[in-house]
Design a protein around this ligand. Structure first.
Ligand SMILES: [Zn+2]
Length: 275
């Protein structure tokens, strides 16, 4: 894509911000409030094929992220092991293992990084680790997209496919993204983790995310919350430097408590009459 376009369709009204990473600059859409780093990273040069991808995330940290989804799904009585479930952009496919452990039997993972797929297939007793979209057969009751959509230039395309092709009528997508409304973004400025400027394109606030999701045909937004594992008993994030430890136990916990934390989670339900 070589023209600045917002996910809402806006082409003209952007506010250029001073913050930039290399040649990538932040632009805020005046129409919907979604920000983007432009130009986009070139996925063709192998940013998602690297063998070291994600290796810094521990299993405890994955479990912390996972339990946030589990807790939010449980609030809507949607976490049931009889359901057919897909982790879309599964990384190390750790969620696959957590779901099997919880008694889910029809669990699928989709991941594009060949190293992670190979590693997961060796570890998980299942043929259900997919590396090609055409292998996603049948419909799912639940699809998880854990910090995936902010990486995709045309992110409405996978959202539409999820709603029309991969979700069963009445099925749900649960997704998480960095929260552009996070107060840590202001405090940490360029050190904010949510930027991930090698990869991330889109930055939503809870309001701009809701607006995008509500614009999709047949999508019912069940919830949009700023929520992460930060203040939960199962938090799996253990900061490794003194600065990060102090930050985590003071400001980060406080921002999380007042709804200004680093992550947005949303559940979107496919309309029962959408085919
Ligand atoms: Zn916009």
């Amino acid at each position: 894509m070589d023209q600045l376009v917002c996910v809402c369709g806006e082409v003209g009204e952007f506010q250029q911000r001073r913050i930039s990473f290399g040649n990538r600059t932040l632009f805020l859409c005046r129409s919907c409030g979604t920000a983007q780093l432009y130009p986009y990273p070139n996925a063709d040069v192998g940013i998602y094929d690297r063998s070291e991808y994600h290796c810094k995330i521990s299993k405890e940290e994955y479990l912390g992220y996972f339990l946030v989804y589990k807790e939010i799904l449980q609030r809507f009585s949607l976490y049931e092991p009889s359901k057919r479930i897909l982790d879309f952009g599964a990384g190390h496919c750790c969620y696959h293992e957590f779901l099997l452990k919880d008694g889910f039997t029809d669990v699928h993972s989709y991941e594009i990084n060949p190293h992670l797929v190979e590693e997961a297939r060796a570890r998980i007793p299942s043929d259900n680790v997919h590396s090609r979209l055409e292998d996603l057969k049948g419909e799912f009751d639940i699809i998880i997209a854990n910090h995936v959509l902010e990486h995709i230039p045309d992110l409405k395309a996978p959202l539409r496919r999820i709603l029309t092709e991969w979700l069963r009528p009445g099925g749900v997508l649960i997704l998480a993204l960095p929260n552009f409304d996070s107060w840590s973004r202001h405090v940490l400025y360029k050190r904010w983790l949510g930027w991930s400027p090698q990869e991330h394109i889109w930055f939503f606030t809870p309001t701009s995310l809701r607006r995008l999701l509500e614009s999709l045909d047949g999508a019912k937004v069940l919830t949009v919350v700023a929520e992460a594992s930060v203040n939960k008993p199962y938090n799996g994030f253990f900061p490794n430097t003194l600065f990060k430890k102090i930050y985590f136990h003071t400001l980060m916990r406080f921002f999380e408590a007042i709804g200004k934390g680093d992550q947005i989670v949303s559940i979107v339900q496919k309309a029962r009459n959408l085919t």
